[in-house]
Ligand binder design. Structure first.
Ligand SMILES: [Mg+2]
Length: 246
C-alpha cells in the first residue's frame, strides 16, 4: 500500500464518547424527565439515525442545520421530549455543541497507527462525511497531526459512498487508488464504498460500538467482496505492511 485514507468519527476520534458527554448535558436541560441512566439509550437513537437524516445531508438532499434539527426532534419524540421550534433548536445546538466539542478526543490507538504508516513511508490522509474545517478543528483538538490531505463533504456537496470523494483522497495523496486503503467504522459507507471506488476497504469494527445490528451473513458477504475487518487501529499497519501469505 502506498497510501491510507482515514475516516474521522468513531475511527480516529471517539465520537460516540463525545456524543455521550454532549447528550448528558442536553438531556439535563431539555429532557428533564429522563435521568442519567437514560443517556445511553438516547445516544443509541442519535447514532442509529433511523430516519437517515445525516445520510440525507451527505447526499446533498438536506442542509446540515435541517438534518440536525430533524434528528434532535426525532430523538426527542422517541424519548418523550419536546419538539423544538427553530429558536429552541438553536438554543439546544449551542448547549450541545459546546459540550460535544469539549469532549473531542482521539482513540488511544489513533496516533500510533498514523505514525506507524508514516514511518513506513505510507502517505496518510482523511476522507470524511463532515465539513473539512470542522474535522480539521476536531483532529487538532484531539492532538492528532492533521494530514495535509483532508477531503470533506464540502468538496463535492456529497459524501461517502460517492466514489468521487474516495478518488479525490487518493488523488490528493498522489497514490494509485488500487494501492490506497480506506479505513472506517461503517461497513457500507466506508469499507464497501471504498472498494466500489477501486480502493482497498478496511472495516474498523471496534468491539461493542456498532450503530446498527449487522447480520453475520452481511459481514461474510462484505469479506467476500474484499473487505478486511480490523478490531482496532493497532492492527492496521501490520495488516497492510505485512499481509499474510496466500
Ligand atoms: Mg465514522
Amino acid at each position: 500500500m502506498d497510501g491510507v485514507l482515514f475516516d474521522v468519527d468513531d475511527t480516529l476520534i471517539d465520537t460516540r464518547a463525545a456524543f455521550t458527554v454532549a447528550w448528558e448535558v442536553a438531556v439535563g436541560q431539555f429532557l428533564p424527565a429522563l435521568g442519567p441512566g437514560d443517556v445511553d439509550a438516547v445516544v443509541r437513537s442519535w447514532r442509529a439515525d433511523v430516519d437517515g437524516y445525516y445520510a440525507a445531508y451527505t447526499q446533498g438532499r438536506m442542509s446540515y442545520t435541517e438534518q440536525r434539527w430533524r434528528r434532535v426532534n426525532a430523538v426527542h419524540a422517541e424519548h418523550g421530549g419536546p419538539a423544538l421550534d427553530e429558536a429552541e433548536f438553536h438554543a439546544w445546538n449551542t448547549v450541545y455543541e459546546e459540550a460535544f466539542q469539549g469532549a473531542w478526543a482521539a482513540f488511544d490507538d489513533a496516533l500510533a497507527a498514523m505514525d506507524a504508516l508514516r514511518s513506513a513511508g505510507v502517505a496518510v490522509g482523511i476522507v470524511t462525511n463532515a465539513r473539512s474545517d470542522y474535522q480539521r478543528a476536531k483532529l487538532e483538538r484531539a492532538g492528532l497531526d492533521v494530514p495535509e490531505v483532508l477531503v470533506g463533504v464540502d468538496r463535492f456537496g456529497v459524501g461517502k459512498p460517492d466514489p468521487r470523494i474516495f478518488l479525490a483522497g487518493a488523488e490528493g495523496l498522489g497514490t494509485d487508488p488500487a494501492r490506497t486503503a480506506y479505513v472506517g467504522d461503517e461497513l457500507e459507507v466506508d469499507a464497501l464504498g471504498a472498494i466500489r471506488a477501486g480502493l482497498r476497504g478496511l472495516w474498523l469494527d471496534r468491539p461493542g460500538t456498532r450503530r446498527h445490528e449487522i447480520p453475520d451473513s452481511t459481514v461474510t458477504a462484505a469479506m467476500t467482496s474484499g473487505v478486511v475487518p480490523l478490531p482496532s487501529l493497532t492492527h492496521l499497519a501490520p495488516t497492510l505492511l505485512n499481509p499474510p501469505a496466500r
